[in-house]
Design a protein around this ligand. Structure first.
Ligand code: ADP
Length: 485
């Protein structure tokens, strides 16, 4: 029999503030649904500004001593956290699948990714070096040290409810910051589990706080409160701009990981089978609901028909179903609004001459399920050439020359991930340098790893997560001039 995700001690339905578990002051709650069935799986407190302020004050108080721990002490706690995530991988994956809908195999992968980020930053904690600067004065010595920025406010989305928090909590703690997190309302339980895991790992009360409820109120308090020194956000560009505006009031340090409109270019000289395999991964992972998912396939005229045929055949083979069922590759979309948006984009494309090659409608499973769909003859006037799809639609555009492909790929306000396939070495360098994106996959459709910098340019955001750069966002440089020597 399958283990019920509710049995786990990691399944928490309360706010985590100052080391304790609390309800909203109003006593109000919100329901959380399983996107595969629409059934309510639990409740969360509907908290607002007051509870957020309490969490910020707890984090501020905890910062006083936590910021003075040694790097070795923080690394040790992070290593324990890493082990706890691995020990509880199955329970965490089940919680994730129940609230988010992704197949269990993907959920296990995401939890593994969370653990990997924690271990990486456990290691980076010990490499926060400063410098001694050659002094222009005989009687003075100049030092530059790096110190934790202070209390961090983190807001995360529903598509990766576990690993998006890992990318923020782990570097924050490694740097010596304390944190107040607001997970997405649709998927709060993976976030609340972080509270329990961090307690078990030995992080002192108040170092990690988790609040759930009104995004507007919690986000408003996190961005306005002067005790919060940094805002880190992953989500839509629209909300990111709101938060940037709000954070300006107290000039906070910001990291923004926002939307994307990833192009996936296939040149005539590409290995087509490899491009199809990468294309399926880059398009349909998490049912197309990632900010690095392919939004636009651009295929050179000479291989256009062959690529469309092979991509469609591979798309047809994808198994759609509830994430908890064995062998499922595509889960439901997160909610009814997402299904409607996908349907609208599809109708718009068909009205403008798009040709549905496979899929093209809501799935027979009903609810939030949608058929993985390939649309050939996509053209620039269609909405998805500008808008993020966030669903299982694969539009395939045709192009003639390398210059044209680069121009079309860059013709967007976004700049997160992009992909292209070629076997020409010169082209591989030329095109990767010409693409205005933070992340480039060359002959690869899955590129995310904790050891590499993840982040975008243009309206896709600012800052980098993961790699040795990922900790910088949580540090401030302090210059100390020692005089009178
Ligand atoms: P998505 O399109 O992935 O749902 P959103 O940007 O809408 O992305 O949401 C990402 C996160 O931002 C969620 O935790 C959501 O609750 C939160 N959020 C949404 N609106 C606001 C807001 N006005 N202020 C602060 N946070 C918000």
């Amino acid at each position: 029999m399958q283990q019920d995700f509710r049995d786990s001690s990691l399944f928490r339905q309360q706010l985590h503030i100052a080391g304790g578990w609390l309800d909203a002051r109003s006593g109000k709650t919100l329901d959380v649904e399983d996107p595969a069935t629409g059934k309510v799986i639990g409740k969360i407190p509907n908290a607002g500004a007051a509870e957020t302020r309490q969490a910020i004050e707890a984090a501020h108080e905890a910062f006083r001593s936590f910021s003075r721990t040694t790097a070795a002490e923080r690394a040790e706690m992070l290593r324990r956290l890493h082990q706890l995530i691995l020990d509880n991988r199955e329970a965490l994956a089940r919680i994730l699948t129940m609230e988010q809908g992704k197949p269990l195999a993907e959920a296990r992968g995401e939890v593994g990714m969370s653990a990997a980020y924690v271990l990486w930053f456990a290691e980076e904690a010990r490499r926060i070096y400063g410098e001694i600067i050659p002094s222009p004065w005989r009687d003075r010595r100049l030092l530059a040290t790096r110190q934790p920025v202070g209390v961090v406010g983190a807001i995360t989305p529903w598509n990766f409810p576990s690993s998006m928090l890992a990318r923020k909590i782990a570097p924050a703690l490694a740097a010596g910051c304390t944190i107040v997190c607001k997970p997405a309302t649709q998927t709060p339980y993976s976030g609340l589990a972080w509270g329990e895991l961090c307690l078990q790992a030995g992080f002192p009360a108040g170092v990690v706080n988790i609040v759930t409820g009104s995004a507007r109120e919690i986000g408003g308090e996190l961005t306005a409160n002067p005790l919060v020194r940094k805002i880190t956000f992953t989500g839509s560009t629209e909300v990111g701009k709101v938060l940037l505006g709000q954070a300006a009031g107290t000039v906070k340090k910001v990291s923004m990981e926002l939307g994307g409109n990833a192009p996936f270019i296939v040149f005539d000289d590409a290995d087509i089978d490899r491009a199809v395999e990468g294309g399926i991964n880059a398009k349909f992972r998490n049912t197309g609901q990632t900010c690095v998912c392919t939004n636009r396939f651009y295929v050179q005229a000479g291989v256009y028909d062959a690529f469309v045929e092979k991509l469609s055949a591979a798309t047809e083979r994808l198994r759609v179903g509830a994430g908890v069922d064995d062998g499922v590759e595509l889960g439901p979309l997160i909610d009814a609004n997402s299904v409607e948006k996908v349907e609208e984009l599809l109708t718009d494309a068909v009205d403008k001459g798009g040709r549905v090659v496979t899929g093209g409608q809501r799935h027979a499973l009903a609810g939030n399920f949608f058929e993985p769909t390939v649309i050939a003859d996509a053209s620039a006037g269609m909405r998805f050439s500008r808008e993020e799809i966030f669903g299982p639609l694969a539009p395939v555009f045709r192009f003639e020359t390398e210059d044209e492909a680069v121009r079309l790929a860059n013709d967007t306000e976004y700049g997160l991930a992009c992909y292209f396939y070629t076997r020409d070495l010169g082209r591989a360098f030329r095109v990767s340098e010409a693409l205005d994106y933070g992340i480039v996959g060359v002959n690869e459709g899955l590129v995310t790893t904790e050891v590499a910098p993840f982040g975008g340019v243009k309206e896709s955001g600012t800052g980098r997560e993961g790699s040795r750069h990922g900790i910088e966002d949580y540090l401030e440089v302090k210059y100390v001039c020692m005089g009178g020597l």
